[in-house]
Design a protein around this ligand. Structure first.
Ligand SMILES: Nc1ncnc2c1ncn2[C@@H]1O[C@H](COP(=O)(O)OP(=O)(O)OP(=O)(O)O)[C@@H](O)[C@H]1O
Ligand SMILES: [Mg+2]
Length: 160
């Protein structure tokens, strides 16, 4: 069974993430979308809310499992018996950080392969940070979020 982990903060999930999940699921038998619980980073949505939104978005995608983790990604990947990590690269700006992390994870777990996927061009500038900023100021999020999550995200971000 080919298992991959797609880790991230997903605060909140957006169409760029969905694009990557759709590409990733074609490559494996199971894709675990894993919300990183990072107590050092102030989040807009709780881990439980982020997982709920991911579950809603992927409810018709049988290969997707939604989970959360803390600690080292390589330890979590071993626990899930995953052979691959999926990450996205939007632009050169993502490259350096992703490259460093992939090499570090390879040092820690040589058996684990990081796979990079590129989103559809129109999502190449979409980030959760952008969603949070636009949402905070009451801007239009239709192009960035799945329809089913729009109200929830808009309401959550207005309260910030
Ligand atoms: N629009 C996108 N296209 C392709 N990959 C993406 C996109 N947005 C995020 N990713 C990738 O998804 C993974 C998880 O990213 P993360 O949860 O940090 O999302 P983010 O949108 O970058 O959020 P933030 O703005 O809070 O950092 C990373 O590998 C990131 O490069
Ligand atoms: Mg990011």
């Amino acid at each position: 069974m080919r298992i991959a982990i797609y880790p991230g903060s997903f605060d909140p999930v957006h169409l760029g993430h969905l694009d990557l999940i759709q590409r990733g699921e074609k490559l494996v038998d199971k894709l675990v979308v894993a919300v990183l619980h990072n107590p050092d980073k102030r989040a807009a949505f709780s881990v439980a809310e982020r997982m709920e939104m991911l579950r809603e978005m992927t409810k018709d995608m049988p290969k997707i499992e939604v989970d959360s983790f803390d600690g080292l990604l390589v330890d979590y990947a071993r626990k899930k018996k995953a052979q691959f990590i999926v990450r996205g690269v939007r632009a050169f700006s993502d490259f350096e950080f992703e490259f460093q992390m992939a090499l570090m994870n390879r040092k820690l777990a040589p058996e684990l392969e990081t796979v990079f996927l590129m989103p559809k061009e129109k999502y190449s500038a979409v980030s959760s940070k952008l969603v949070r900023e636009i949402g905070h100021f009451g801007g239009d999020l239709h192009e960035l979020l799945p329809e089913s999550l729009l109200d929830r995200v808009v309401t959550g971000l207005r309260k910030q």
